[in-house]
Ligand binder design. Structure first.
Ligand code: ATP
Length: 305
C-alpha cells in the first residue's frame, strides 16, 4: 500500500462506496453517538483521489455532483492529509484531486471514501509506509465510516461502526437510485431519536440470518434479511422516497431499502440483466434523479498503477 513516489509524480487511489445491508441503531449514548451493528458491503461505485506534490494543501473536484463538494479544509480528503502529516511532523504539501462518482450526501459514505483514499494516496506520495493499524486509527478519528472505506469487502462494524470484523459475502447485484439533494446524517440520527422517544431501544446486534444469507450468495435469502433502522427516520424527513422504493420493487427488484441515512435508495436484484431493467424502470418512473448499477463486494482503497 505504501510505495514512495518520486517528486512530481502523482498517486491515484480508487475507493468504493458502501451500502449497509443491516443498520441496527441503539439508543443515543451520553456522548450523543449511537451504538450500531452495521453490516457494510463495499459496492463497485468508485471515487478516485489523486495526490500530487504542491506548495500547500489544495483540493479540486470533478464529476456530476462536484459543485456540492467543499474544497476547503472541511473536505474529508484534506482533513485526512492534514492528520497524516501532523502525525509524522511534516507539512501537508499536497494537491488532492477528487474524481467524484459516488453521490454526495447520499448515505453511501462518499466523503468517508475520499478521506480513506487521500490517506492512502498521501502515505504513498510522501513515502511514509504508515502501518495499516495506524492508518485505521486515523480513519476512525476522521469518521465512523472511514475505516470501512479503507478496507472494503464486507464487514460488521460495531461501536459507532468503526470497530470492524470482516464477514463472508458472496457476489450480489445492486441498483442505486440517486435522489435530488442530500440528507444530513446527523439530522437523520436526530429524527431517529425523536421517533424513538418513549420507546425501549434494544441493544443493536448483527442478525445471524443476515450473515448466513450474505455468506450463501443467495439473493433471495439476502432480500428477506435486509434491514435499516434509519429508514423510518429518512422516510419521515423525505416522504417522497417511499415512491422510489415502490417503483423499484414494482420493476422486479428482490428488495428495496434506504442506503444508510439516505436519501439514496438501494435495490437488490438477481443478476446484471435484472439490474439494467430495474435501473431503466426507476429512471422512467420520475421518482429519482438518476441511477447507478453496481455489484458487491468491492475491494477497499487501492493505489492504481
Ligand atoms: P455517510 O454515508 O458516511 O453518512 P454520506 O454519503 O451521506 O455519508 P457524504 O457524501 O460523505 O455523505 O457527504 C456529507 C457532507 O460531507 C457533504 O454534504 C459535504 O458537505 C461534506 N464533505 C466533506 N468532504 C467531502 C467529500 N470529499 N465528498 C463529499 N462530501 C464531502
Amino acid at each position: 500500500m505504501s510505495t514512495g513516489a518520486g517528486a512530481g509524480a502523482g498517486v491515484t487511489v480508487r475507493v468504493p462506496a458502501k451500502v449497509n445491508v443491516q443498520l441496527a441503531v441503539g439508543a443515543a449514548r451520553p456522548d450523543g453517538f449511537h451504538d450500531l451493528a452495521n453490516v457494510f458491503l463495499a459496492v463497485s461505485l468508485f471515487d478516485e483521489v489523486t495526490a500530487t506534490l504542491a506548495d500547500s494543501l489544495t483540493v479540486s473536484c470533478t464529476g456530476p455532483d462536484a459543485d456540492q463538494v467543499p474544497l476547503d479544509r472541511t473536505n474529508l480528503a484534506a482533513r485526512a492529509a492534514e492528520t497524516l502529516a501532523a502525525r509524522h511532523g511534516i507539512s501537508p504539501s499536497v494537491h488532492l484531486h477528487i474524481a467524484k462518482n459516488i453521490p454526495v450526501a447520499g448515505g453511501m459514505a462518499g466523503g468517508s471514501a475520499d478521506g480513506a483514499a487521500a490517506l492512502v494516496a498521501c502515505d504513498a506520495l510522501w513515502g511514509l509506509n504508515t502501518p495499516l493499524a495506524e492508518l485505521l486509527d486515523i480513519c476512525a478519528e476522521l469518521g465512523s465510516d472511514v475505516p470501512f472505506s479503507l478496507v472494503g469487502g464486507a464487514a460488521l462494524g460495531t461501536g459507532r461502526g468503526e470497530l470492524l470484523t470482516p464477514v463472508e459475502a458472496g457476489t450480489f447485484h445492486w441498483v442505486f437510485a440517486v435522489a435530488d439533494g442530500g440528507l444530513s446524517t446527523p439530522a437523520v440520527f436526530r429524527e431517529f431519536d425523536r421517533l424513538a422517544e418513549g420507546r425501549e431501544i434494544p441493544e443493536p446486534v448483527a442478525s445471524p440470518a443476515l450473515l448466513a444469507a450474505l455468506a450463501s450468495g443467495d439473493p433471495e435469502a439476502l432480500a428477506g434479511a435486509l434491514s435499516n433502522d434509519l429508514q423510518p427516520a429518512a422516510l419521515s424527513l423525505r416522504p417522497s422516497l417511499a415512491a422510489t422504493l415502490g417503483a423499484g420493487v414494482e420493476a422486479g427488484a428482490l428488495a428495496a431499502l434506504v442506503s444508510g441515512s439516505g436519501p439514496t435508495t438501494a435495490f437488490l436484484v438477481r443478476d446484471p440483466e435484472s439490474a439494467l431493467k430495474v435501473a431503466a424502470a426507476l429512471e422512467a418512473s420520475g421518482t429519482c434523479r438518476t441511477t447507478r448499477v453496481a455489484s458487491s463486494p468491492a475491494p477497499g482503497a487501492v493505489v492504481l498503477p
